[in-house]
Design a protein. Structure first.
Lengths: 277, 312
């Protein structure tokens, strides 16, 4: 694990577009070519929703998509935002033309696999965010990919066409059963793992609510499959300065250590995290 | 234009210091910021041994501020010297090490170890962290405790020593005086204000430690007042801090009596703030025809001094 942050670029990024997906979710497009050009799947940016002192701190967001201009050059990024508090509320209502301070790309990305290893992505709600870029990268590598995607209801399952267009197999669940299987996303993952031949390699990637991540990590461990999780923590700075975003992890010494998810993560090996719920 | 300031025997190239607890060990920022640009870096508080700190959640945002209770997670003084100090040295950083202790002996031991290390410019004594039960603030909230810690460290080091004072006392200036009498070269203030945020839906505190320290622009006017009071009381230099978010805020502290300033929370919001602050100070000096920024320190023009001027 590396304890020094990557070089971060701060851009007063113009809002190119703000597309609502539902009453809570939107996709915000930001003009940030310098960040778009170097962002890897799983990395994040710190956005400041207000240019004043309230709200004060930035908030972390996975880089959702990389936008490209007509020549194919990276021109910006999008973020998948879910309105839960003051900052996310402001970003939900952001207007085209306004500027948002955007610092990044930050953190350690997912480690992509190569064939014949399959990639199984497990997303819960807004935890879909890092998987658009990862799915594109996996497609470039000809990796067979599955997306296990759970949401509250059918109206909150987004970008299904996007993933299908990349040849990703979709396994959907909703809490109310309005689309796909009713229940939690880890259930179909568990069944698929149970019947997968031992010599058929698979890498599990997960992002979503804490309980889902813990359940996914336990399922992966039970089936002895490697698993990378992208964690979300209350984060003050994104660069390792404040020690707010720590995750308890087992060190080489066997003891529990608080590890900063901003610079050692946000993508972390699931089997080293202490899931004490 | 001369931006340098003098803190005891220590000359800083400019008055801008990264505040302890808000800049990691400095090396985290080495690829983002030219560390040699800063007047100094007060690294995260160090005990003798490693500490894991409090469980998360450790921060919560408040109006124009934030509450933290990290619990002084840290790698301990030995690992700091082995793993962080060489890079800080190589990057040309002026390193102020913030030291902690659960006992007076621990402060003295950490100070002694750091005095033998290569590349430590000064020691800041953390006697003001509001978030740990043992040590620290126990000394910082007692005049004799403050005097005793400073005296003990004074006996083991020739490095400039700078006690960092808590605002959670009735009269912070008396703690500055106790520090001065015990042989401190300067004082830094303020640490965070003890505070609390409750989630009314769950009736739970928003951070695991229940109480935390408030920082950010919300506290700035109180911090300026306390720096002013200390400047009226002691002769040693003051490192002022509390909610500085731009050059004007820094200047406010200097006019109130701070010889240098520390910037903490604002670094979270904008890690590239340092060159902007430097530019802001330079612009001000040009506009006000100030050749040496240290001439600005404590130049508050109060109604009383105005009256004296007009009567002469």
């Amino acid at each position: 694990m590396q304890y020094t942050a990557a070089m971060a670029i701060d851009i007063a990024a113009a809002v190119i577009a703000n597309r609502p997906l539902s009453n809570d979710y939107n996709v915000l497009s930001l003009a940030a070519p310098e960040i778009a050009g170097i962002a890897s799947p799983g990395q994040f940016v710190m956005l400041k929703a207000s240019r004043r002192h309230d709200p004060l701190l930035r908030r972390p967001f996975s880089v959702f998509e990389v936008l490209r201009d007509r020549r194919g050059e990276p021109s910006g990024i999008t973020i998948l935002n879910k309105r839960v508090g003051v900052s996310t509320g402001l970003l939900y209502e952001a207007q085209a033309g306004q500027h948002v301070d955007c610092l990044g790309p930050l953190g350690h990305p997912f480690l992509a696999v190569d064939p014949p290893t399959e990639a199984w992505m497990v997303a819960g709600g807004v935890g879909l965010a890092p998987f658009a870029l990862l799915a594109q990268l996996l497609r470039e590598r000809d990796v067979t990919s599955v997306l296990f995607y759970g949401a509250r209801n059918a109206r909150e399952l987004f970008y299904l066409d996007f993933f299908q267009g990349l040849g990703v197999e979709l396994v959907l669940t909703t809490e109310d059963g309005s689309r796909g299987e009713r229940g939690r996303v880890v259930a179909p993952l568990e069944r698929r793992l149970a019947v997968r031949p031992r010599d058929a390699a698979v890498m599990i990637y997960a992002c979503g609510p804490e309980g889902m991540l813990a359940a996914t990590a336990k399922t992966a461990a039970r089936h002895q499959r490697p698993c990378q999780v992208s964690v979300e923590r209350i984060m003050g700075c994104g660069l390792g300065g404040c020690y707010s975003c720590v995750v308890p992890m087992r060190g080489d010494d066997g003891r529990k250590h608080h590890v900063r998810s901003c610079i050692s993560g946000p993508v972390l090996p699931a089997d080293q995290i202490v899931w004490d719920f | 234009m001369d931006l340098s300031v003098q803190i005891g025997s220590l000359r800083l190239k400019n008055p801008l210091i990264a505040a302890s607890g808000c800049f990691g060990y400095g090396v985290e920022y080495a690829d983002t910021v030219d560390l040699s640009l800063l007047g100094g870096i007060a690294v995260k508080g160090l005990f003798l041994a490693e500490r894991e700190g409090h469980p998360p959640p450790r921060i919560v945002e408040t109006p124009a501020g934030m509450l933290n209770a990290i619990g002084l997670q840290g790698i301990g003084v030995h690992r700091f010297i082995d793993e962080k100090l060489p890079e800080l040295r190589a990057r040309g950083a002026t390193v102020i090490v913030n030291i902690c202790g659960t006992t007076i002996d621990e402060y003295a031991e950490v100070a002694r170890i750091l005095s033998d290390a290569d590349g430590v410019a000064a020691l800041e004594l953390n006697i003001s962290c509001p978030n740990i039960k043992e040590g620290g603030i126990t000394f910082g909230c007692s005049l004799t405790g403050t005097f005793d810690v400073v005296s003990a460290v004074r006996q083991v080091t020739r490095l400039p020593i700078i006690p960092k004072l808590t605002p959670n006392v009735t009269d912070v200036a008396s703690f500055a005086r106790a520090s001065e009498e015990a042989g401190a070269d300067a004082v830094s203030l303020v640490n965070t204000f003890l505070a609390m945020v409750i989630d009314v839906e769950t009736r739970q505190p928003k951070i695991s430690n229940v109480l935390g320290g408030l920082s950010g622009p919300a506290i700035r006017p109180i911090a300026v007042r306390m720096v002013y009071e200390c400047h009226e009381t002691v002769k040693i230099p003051i490192l002022g801090m509390g909610g500085i978010a731009d050059a004007r805020d820094a200047l406010e502290f200097m006019i109130a009596g701070a010889s240098a300033v520390q910037v903490g929370t604002a670094n979270f919001v904008d890690p590239l703030i340092w060159p902007k602050l430097l530019d802001g100070l330079s612009d001000y000096m040009k506009r006000h025809q100030i050749a040496r920024i240290r001439d600005l320190v404590g130049t508050l023009d109060t109604p009383k001094t105005v009256a004296e001027k007009s009567s002469t």
